[in-house]
Ligand binder design. Structure first.
Ligand code: MG
Length: 218
């Protein structure tokens, strides 16, 4: 569809400008996507708390309404900008570029972008991030990667969250990982619990590696 193509090509131009701006400071930008309730904000709060002092961190929070999540992030002491999309079901690159005006990107830092919670709309919109990170929790269906293949194809990383609840739910981890790899053979998978902290070290290790690359490229 012509209209859809025009919107996406405009978005890509803004995304390229964002990427340029992030490269100037060697900032690693990660775009976190998931269904509502998968634990994006909880994972962010834990990651920020554990990584604090190692990197300058900033957060852009996308939600249709409220500033609740940005408030939760600010309690950690890290700057956060809330973007409300109203009826919109995803952040776009123009909104993110605008948010840069009210957030200071420091050299060698990390910018976490928490997208609006759904596995459909954010898939097609590049925000200028280095990687999309799809979060799936074990309280959801283990077939989500094949139900929402666009998202899992667009993501470089899948985080399986809430692993502490595995004994209580009917979720087949191996089946889920196989579905994710069917859609995206190169997808990197981490299993962790943002609540208990189990498994987070591997996630932090990846962030460290990836942030070093972003810094080196600046
Ligand atoms: Mg949230």
């Amino acid at each position: 569809m012509q209209i859809e193509r025009d919107i996406l090509s405009k978005n890509d131009a803004y995304a390229a400008a964002n990427r340029e701006r992030l490269a100037q400071t060697g900032t690693l930008a990660l775009n976190l996507v998931s269904s509502p309730g998968a634990g994006k904000t909880t994972l962010l709060v834990r990651s920020i708390t554990d990584l604090e002092g190692r990197y300058p961190i900033a957060v852009i929070e996308g939600d249709q309404q409220t500033a609740n999540d940005a408030d939760r992030i600010r309690e950690t002491g890290v700057p956060a900008v809330q973007v409300n999309t109203g009826k919109g079901c995803h952040l776009d690159a123009h909104m993110v570029g605008h948010a840069f005006d009210s957030i200071e990107l420091k050299d060698g830092g990390i910018l976490f972008i928490e997208n609006v919670g759904n596995l459909v709309c954010p898939a097609g919109f590049d925000l200028g991030e280095a990687h999309k990170v799809a979060i799936l929790s074990v309280t959801e269906g283990d077939d989500k990667p094949i139900k929402y293949p666009d998202m899992f194809a667009a993501a470089d990383v899948m985080i399986l969250n809430k692993t502490d609840l595995l004994p209580y739910v009917d979720f087949d981890v191996e089946r889920c990982l196989a579905f994710a790899r069917r859609v995206n053979p190169d997808i990197l998978c981490f299993q962790l619990s943002a609540t208990t902290g189990e498994g987070t070290e591997a996630w932090y290790g990846w962030i460290e590696e990836t942030a070093a690359k972003a810094r080196a490229a600046a």
